[in-house]
Ligand binder design. Structure first.
Ligand code: PSU
Ligand code: MN
Length: 326
């Protein structure tokens, strides 16, 4: 674990870690760059409340005052939520943001890394980054993917936005040995919509079943993430026609605007929110809350403090150790 002065745990998070109480990590880029500034602080509090209502302690992560904060108090939350001047800080950006004492909002990649360093096992977000359309030329693939290949954490998301190349994203996740599980679905969700059109390799229907997979992964000592793809609730799903039409327009717009690099994802999210007059925003909020609830349910069933049961040894070994003759 990095030194305590650079990875600063909120007292409530430190207590929960010490007692093995369930914790859910939360990212902050969706607060600073994914949601409009006037709603983001309110949504941040709703997300934390959803985690608490389901029995876990929320730990929103951000870089403030030269330290990575795991768990934010009210004032700290307001430093990132609705603050578009906070830097979008992926894993590559953490050290420079710290060294220059700037405010950084953590992405899926940097949040997953920091949460794992702190000893937190479950993380909820909206959508993860993925492979962008046209990546064969632009090479634009989110650092979220490669990072999840090296961080053993359970991450609950609503899939990836259909703006991305979904089949290519799933191919990369397969290559990187990230376990992908659909929660109550055979289809990989498409963020605003329940079905992206691509299948998931595994389907599980309860938090208890997901917890059993987490347990097996811990016993195996696997280093990759477990990605739980949780579709947006049916009642909150975006109208399919509006979604498809906005998608076509967004793809045209991104080409025309010449936006590249880390600005692409925030640009596309903002474009959707504006063009659909808030319909995509309502969907976005609903899916994040839905993920926070499921993440808490999983965290409650996968306590990190609890000793992982050691599988019983084969009786032949036991006999040998006792000096028996079997
Ligand atoms: N996808 C969303 N909303 C978001 C993001 C992704 O639907 O807010 C954010 C997450 O923080 C994610 C990051 O980790 O964007 C990915 O950015 P990029 O594609 O530049 O790696
Ligand atoms: Mn990118």
């Amino acid at each position: 674990m990095p030194p305590a002065d650079v990875l600063r745990l909120a007292p409530e998070v430190a207590d929960a870690l010490a007692s093995g109480a369930p914790i859910v990590a939360l990212e902050s880029t969706l607060l600073s760059h994914g949601l409009p500034a006037d709603t983001s602080g309110d949504v941040a509090r709703q997300i934390e409340a959803a985690v608490r209502e389901n029995g876990a302690v929320p730990a929103t992560i951000a870089v403030l005052d030269g330290a990575i904060h795991v768990g934010l108090d009210e004032a700290s939350l307001d430093q990132v939520a609705g603050n578009p001047t906070a830097l979008k800080a992926s894993l590559r950006d953490l050290a420079p943001v710290l060294a220059t004492h700037q405010t950084g909002a953590t992405t899926v990649a940097s949040t997953a890394w920091a949460a794992h360093q702190a000893g937190i096992g479950v993380f909820a977000t909206g959508g993860i980054g993925g492979v962008h359309r046209g990546a064969a030329e632009s090479w634009d693939e989110s650092a979220d993917l490669a990072t999840l290949a090296g961080v053993p954490i359970t991450i609950v998301c609503a899939g990836v936005k259909s703006i991305l190349d979904v089949p290519a994203t799933l191919e990369r996740l397969e290559t990187l040995s990230v376990t992908v599980v659909g929660y109550g679905t055979d289809a990989f969700p498409g963020f605003y919509i329940r079905d992206s059109g691509s299948p998931v390799p595994w389907r599980l229907d309860t938090a208890a079943e997901i917890a059993a997979v987490v347990q097996q992964r811990r016993r195996l000592g696997l280093n990759q993430a477990l990605l739980v793809a949780n579709p947006i609730p049916a009642v909150a799903e975006m109208d399919r026609a509006l979604h498809d039409e906005t998608l076509v327009a967004a793809l045209e717009e991104i080409g025309a605007a010449g936006v590249t690099g880390k600005d692409v994802t925030p640009f596309l999210l903002g474009y959707f929110h504006e063009r659909t007059h808030g319909a995509s925003l309502a969907a976005n909020i609903a899916l994040v809350l839905n993920n926070a609830r499921l993440a808490a349910e999983i965290a409650v069933r996968t306590p990190t403090g609890a000793a992982v049961p050691v599988p019983p040894r084969h009786s032949a070994y036991v006999d040998q150790e006792r000096g028996g003759t079997s």
